[in-house]
Write a protein that binds this ligand. Structure first.
Ligand code: MLT
Length: 318
C-alpha cells in the first residue's frame, strides 16, 4: 500500500540533496533545526514524515503526538535508530527507515585514522608545534605492523576497517555472533570467541549497535582480561564502552590509550566523560564518524529515494 507523503519536516542537519530530491518529486519540505521539545511535539503533527540524523531524540511523546496528526514515516540519515523509540513507532504504525550502507566507508576511515593516531601521537605533536615547541623525543610512537587488531562487530563498518588495516600488516581477529567464518575470512579477519580475543588484542575497535547485550561490552571485567596497554576505539555508540572503567584503566596503565567519537551522552555533560575527554591518552572527536561530504550525500539520497518509493512513485532526478 503506497503511503501518502506530501509534507516532510527535516529536523537535523542533512545534505541539501535530500531536500532537493524530495522537492523535485513534488514533496513540500520544511527545514527546522534544533526545535525545542514542546515545539517539536506540536510541529510533528503537521507532517507526513520527518527526517533526522543523530541530534534529535524521537521519544514516545513526539511519536504519539505525530501519530495523532499526519505522521506516518520517520527517516534516519544514518545506520543506528537508537535515537528513535521504535516500540512507540511500532505501536503507532509509523514506518521507521534508515540508511544502513551510506556511512560505512566514512566510519571505517575515521576508525583507521584514530587507530593510527593512537599508535603515533599526531594530535599532541601537532599541538606542541602550534605552541612553538620542537619536542622530537616526547612524541615517538609504535608501529601498527605486526600488532593484533580485534574488531568487535564484523558488519559493514568492521569489515571495511579490517580490509584497510590488514594492508598495513596488522593481524586482524574479530567477534560477531552473526557473521560467518567465510564472511570474516573474506575480509581478512580470523573469527574468534570473545574470551579468546581479550588477551590477544593490542587494539580493540567496536562496531556494534547499542543494545542490551552490547552495553558495557568493554567493562572493568573485560578490560582486566586484556593485555596491559591495550588501546581502545569507539566510533560506534556511547554506552558500548563503560567510560568510568576506561578512565580507571587509563590511570592504572591497563589501557594504553583510547579514541572516542561517541559518548554515553551527547554532547557530553557528566564529569566522568569530561575527565575522559581531557585525559592526555585520549583522542576525542564530536561524533564525526559519518561526517564526510560523500557519506552525507549518499545518506541524503538514500532517505529521499526510500520516501519516494513509499509513495509508490518512481524517483525523478530532474
Ligand atoms: C549513524 O548512525 O550512521 C550516525 O550516527 C549518523 C550520524 O552521524 O548522524
Amino acid at each position: 500500500m503506497p503511503i501518502d507523503i506530501q509534507r516532510v519536516l527535516v529536523i537535523d542537519s542533512v545534505d541539501t540533496l535530500c531536500v532537493d530530491l524530495l522537492k523535485t518529486n513534488g514533496i513540500i519540505v520544511d527545514y527546522k533545526l534544533k526545535l525545542p521539545k514542546e515545539t517539536l511535539i506540536e510541529e510533528v503533527k503537521n507532517y507526513d514524515a520527518i527526517i533526522i540524523r543523530s541530534d534529535t531524540k524521537i521519544t514516545a511523546d513526539v511519536i504519539t503526538s505525530g501519530a495523532s496528526g499526519k505522521l506516518k514515516v520517520i527517516g534516519r540519515c544514518g545506520v543506528g535508530v537508537d535515537n528513535i523509540d521504535i516500540e512507540a513507532a511500532t505501536k503507532n504504525n509509523i514506518v521507521v527507515l534508515n540508511t544502513p550502507g551510506g556511512n560505512s566507508l566514512a566510519a571505517a576511515e575515521l576508525t583507521c585514522l584514530l587507530i593510527g593516531s593512537l599508535a603515533r601521537p599526531i594530535c599532541l605533536a601537532a599541538q606542541s608545534m602550534k605552541e612553538g615547541r620542537w619536542d622530537r623525543k616526547l612524541y615517538a610512537g609504535t608501529e601498527l605492523y605486526g600488532k593484533t587488531l580485534a574488531i568487535l562487530g564484523m558488519g559493514r563498518i568492521g569489515r571495511e576497517v579490517a580490509i584497510r588495516l590488514k594492508v598495513w600488516g596488522m593481524n586482524v581477529i574479530g567477534y560477531d555472533p552473526i557473521t560467518t567464518d567465510e564472511e570474516a575470512r573474506a575480509a581478512g579477519i580470523t573469527k574468534m570467541e570473545l574470551d579468546d580475543i581479550w588477551p590477544l588484542a593490542d587494539y580493540i575497535t567496536v562496531h556494534v549497535p547499542l543494545i542490551p547485550s552490547t552495553r558495557n561490552l568493554i567493562s572493568k571485567t573485560t578490560l582486566s582480561k586484556c593485555k596491559k596497554g591495550v588501546k581502545i576505539v569507539n566510533v560506534a555508540r556511547g554506552g558500548v564502552i563503560d567510560e568510568s572503567a576506561i578512565l580507571d584503566a587509563l590511570e592504572s596503565g591497563q589501557c594504553g590509550g583510547a579514541a572516542f567519537d561517541v559518548f554515553e551522552e551527547e554532547p557530553p555533560k557528566s564529569e566522568v566523560t569530561k575527565k575522559l575527554i581531557q585525559h592526555n591518552k585520549v583522542i576525542a572527536t564530536p561524533h564525526l564518524g559519518a561526517s564526510t561530504a560523500e557519506a552525507q550525500m549518499r545518506v541524503a539520497v538514500e532517505v529521499s529515494e526510500q520516501f519516494i518509493a513509499l509513495t509508490g512513485k518512481s524517483v525523478r532526478f530532474t
